[in-house]
Write a protein that binds this ligand. Structure first.
Ligand code: HSE
Length: 436
């Protein structure tokens, strides 16, 4: 390898999409600054793309291009493999092979780490080879290094984050411009915020992968993907957003990661949630992300910035390259590892508590409200307030209830029972109310 002191570090870049191209462009732009700060020049030696002929905003340097991922592994001169191809299987094979050859890895692939991080970190640990992943969570916000390094002296008590820019954009436009969900999604796609296939964004899984990574950093254990509770924003209507506003709340897709010290269990979930209009997270709008981290020593902290996009995300990748350069030079410093298996197991979702927003579409007849209240009362669920607006279509009436703290499992049972009432016309809409 070109790992001679002060010789340029050689980078193999896999992927030249939005982020990969940004990394290449910004490495060139700030090369002198980076060399001064890290003591090593950073040189891109090879770039792997699927289709070299594809038109691109950032010109592909033809002399560096190949379509063969193995070219990065087999080239002994390459010190660092930057994985920006996305997906899981090919990316896993690439990262695994790189680590096994002793190459430092930088990746922005949240799905890869959330699904197969346990295996990859075991290999990295065995090979004593670092893997860095600042770009995997919240684009340009330096949240990984913050939790790993700056908050190292804290027990992390809770993390609450708006960590999907596409969903935040859609919900913001529904709130501020009164758009319906399909219109807001269409707009997000036209502006290039949502992917052509936005499934993983809107179904909550992009945020869930990020939440699994944050939980791993905070609590030292990988929560399997089938143990995180995930809801997307597909069912949110403008109507619910309007009702939430009447109660003094805004709707955000929130990731919650929280340790329950009494049981040593981790609450880990992604759900559309109501947060008070005067809470600082409610003013995080558009494609921006924000993450609140509460530590037992530091107290409450908040990190805000661009959660996606070419330049912000490449800023994070480049910070990892700088860490890699320092590590190579000193064979020390942060390696990206977190000690796993320290403590923590996932808390079953039905055992989590919160207040709730519940909208029920019911027959507009005497006694209906009493039937709904009886079901809730039978489950020992208190009602905080109720709205039944007069301006509704004839026959069916929306009844909107704010409910007191209750177990999620109890609420789910109550909703199932509500569904059996003849007076209920549609599946009820339930959202958490977070006081944060
Ligand atoms: N698609 C993500 C978002 C960015 O909308 O926030 C990359 O994870």
């Amino acid at each position: 390898m070109a790992n001679q002191e002060n010789s340029p570090l050689q980078i193999g870049l896999a992927g030249f999409g939005n982020v990969g191209a940004g990394v290449y462009k910004n490495l060139l732009k700030n090369r002198n600054l980076l060399e001064k700060r890290t003591g090593r020049a950073l040189e891109v030696r090879r770039i792997v793309v699927r289709d070299p002929a594809k038109p691109r905003d950032v010109e592909l340097p033809a002399e560096l291009v190949t379509t063969d991922l193995n070219a990065l592994i087999e080239d002994d001169e390459i010190d660092i493999v930057v994985e920006l191809i996305g997906g899981i299987d090919r990316a896993f094979e690439l990262v695994k092979a790189a680590l096994e050859r002793g190459k430092t890895v930088v990746t922005g692939n949240k799905a890869l780490l959330a699904e197969r991080g346990l295996e990859l970190f075991a290999i990295a640990d065995e090979k004593k080879t670092p893997i860095y992943f600042e770009a995997a969570v919240a684009g340009g916000i330096p949240i990984i290094k913050t939790v790993q390094e700056s908050l190292i002296g804290n027990h992390i008590e809770a993390v609450a984050g708006i960590i999907n820019g596409t969903c935040n954009y859609i919900l913001t436009r529904m709130t501020d411009a009164g758009l319906d969900y399909p219109e807001a999604l269409d707009e997000a796609q036209k502006l290039g915020y949502a992917e052509a296939d936005p499934t993983l964004d809107i179904n909550g899984w992009d945020a869930a992968h990020k939440a699994i990574i944050l939980a791993s950093l905070s609590y030292g254990c990988w929560v399997p993907t089938d143990r995180i509770y995930v809801e997307g924003i597909e069912k949110i209507t403008r109507r619910d957003i309007d009702f939430a506003q009447r109660f003094g709340y805004v709707v955000k897709l929130l990731a919650i990661i929280r340790l329950h010290p009494e049981s040593n269990a981790i609450e880990l979930r992604v759900q559309p949630s109501l947060i008070p209009q005067d809470h600082i997270l409610s003013s995080v709008n558009g494609v921006f992300n924000a993450i609140m981290v509460q530590g037992d020593v530091v107290g409450e902290t908040l990190f805000y910035g661009s959660g996606a996009g070419q330049d912000p995300t490449s800023s994070s990748v480049i910070s990892d390259l700088a860490d890699a350069a320092r590590w190579q030079s000193e064979q020390g410093g942060p390696t990206g590892f977190v000690p796993h298996g320290l403590y923590g197991k996932p808390l079953p979702i039905d055992e989590t508590d919160s207040k709730y927003y519940l909208r029920v579409e019911a027959d507009d007849e005497p006694g209906v409200l009493a039937q709904i209240a009886r079901v809730l009362g039978d489950h020992n669920i208190g009602i905080l307030s109720v709205i039944q607006p007069e301006d509704h279509a004839p026959g069916s009436a929306p009844i909107v209830l704010m409910l007191h703290y209750a177990r999620f499992g109890t609420i789910r049972e109550a909703i199932e029972q509500l569904g059996t009432l003849d007076c209920i016309r549609e599946e009820p809409v339930l959202m958490r109310v977070e006081t944060l």
